[in-house]
Design a protein around this ligand. Structure first.
Ligand code: NAP
Length: 356
């Protein structure tokens, strides 16, 4: 293992992203060191860089998702060994608002953030999974006391599989990374019909992931809510808004049953929300390392490899991928494309080992 590596470093808030040679970190007791073969881009990366969101500790290395091979394990690590192929969420510490992300050639990942990869998955595909899967699953299925969640029975466990058969489900933004995973969880839960909104060129993809109906996202919020309710035959007990901008929130809120659960992914005010409504609005919290997510995260991580292995029969699959050239040098251009809404139904991925 080399002592130095290339990393994409953000020195200061609003600073520029620069490739630097830095030390390869050493794993602490409950942490592994990962040789990052693929790292996926997320909207959070450009929001931290351009808007100064989420992070207060600098310098930092962005990147929330990766797949690679374990290079070293900390003293307390059990169940993982050097050479294992794993997918990993980057290390984000909520109390200090610090991130040690995946846009580097060797990254640290706590055991709570890693899952073994099934042999049928490429590193590129696997890197699309951790944050999308967590942010889709936790607000739907985290049964922990105090969790912001609809607290449905997890469908990756026998007791939850197919349990919600016959109930309708509505996902706003089905083509987003989280939308794609939410659709697949809804299918595993047995929901039907599963209605989503997207650009219509994504219809085939979304139907392959479990959507029964795809509505054109260009429709007005009023029309979207009305059409979705007409298909479902009434209001929805559970709605997942994977976009959570004012238009989608309005449609999502108006489609949610008076006593229902609405999951949002951003802290945006909901147009027309009533003050004393009994609707429960849950802000998604997709960080594996957060204590409130430990139990649901562990249960999901244990079952993910089997779910993914069966992706040949479309039980569960990663997002479609576009690999950017230039290794870590591809990140900045990719983040510009994400910020300018130029990515549709696709996850952008870089290969840090190819950085020159
Ligand atoms: N709370 C959390 O823990 C958490 C975690 C991760 C992400 N997030 C946030 O969640 C949001 C989505 O993240 P992501 O990674 O899933 O995004 P993404 O994959 O980059 O989303 C791109 C997709 O969004 C769809 N889209 C955009 N506007 C839409 C609209 N008005 N209606 C329907 N679809 C729309 C587009 O669909 P078409 O191509 O079909 O037009 C596009 O394919 C971001 O704002 C992100 O910051 C929150």
């Amino acid at each position: 293992m080399p002592s130095q590596q290339k990393a994409l470093v953000l020195e200061t808030k609003f600073g520029s992203l620069e490739i630097k040679d830095i030390d390869v970190p050493k794993p602490g007791p409950d942490v592994v060191l990962l040789r990052v073969e693929a790292a996926a881009l997320n909207p959070a990366d450009w929001k931290i860089h351009v808007l100064g969101a989420l992070i207060e500790t600098y310098p930092c290395i962005l990147g929330s998702d990766a797949a690679g091979t374990i290079e070293a394990v900390g003293a307390n690590v059990q169940g993982f060994a050097v050479g294992d192929r794993v997918l990993a969420q980057g290390w984000y510490d909520l109390p200090t608002r610090a991130i040690q992300g995946t846009f580097q050639q060797f990254a640290l990942a706590p055991v709570s953030n890693i899952t073994k990869m099934p042999s049928n998955l490429s590193f590129e595909a696997a890197s699309t999974i951790p944050s999308g899967v967590a942010t889709a699953a936790f607000p739907l299925y985290n049964e922990a006391e105090g969790a912001l969640s609809a607290k449905l029975p997890p469908p990756w466990e026998e007791r939850g599989r197919g349990k919600l058969a016959g109930k309708p489900f509505f996902v706003l933004g089905g083509a987003s990374s989280m939308g794609q995973f939410a659709l697949q969880f809804a299918r595993l839960s047995g929901f039907s019909p599963i209605i989503t909104t997207a650009s219509l060129h994504n219809t085939e993809l979304l139907k392959s992931l479990g959507a029964t109906h795809v509505l054109d996202r260009k429709l007005s919020p009023e029309a979207l809510s009305k059409e979705a309710r007409a298909i479902a035959g009434g209001y929805f007990d559970v709605v997942y808004d994977a976009i959570s901008l004012p238009d989608t929130l309005e449609a999502a809120y108006n489609a949610t049953a008076p006593n229902g659960d609405l999951i949002v992914v951003l802290q945006t005010p909901i147009p027309g929300a009533e003050k004393n409504s009994a609707k429960r609005v849950h802000m998604a919290h997709g960080v594996f390392g957060a204590e409130i997510n430990h139990a649901v995260g562990k249960s999901l991580r244990e079952k993910l490899p089997a779910l993914l292995e069966s992706c040949a029969i479309k039980n569960y699959q990663p997002n479609p991928v576009e690999v950017l050239s230039g290794g870590l040098r591809g990140v900045a251009g990719g983040l510009d494309r994400l910020r300018n809404n130029q990515v549709s139904g696709m996850k952008l991925v870089v290969k840090p080992q190819g950085t020159v």
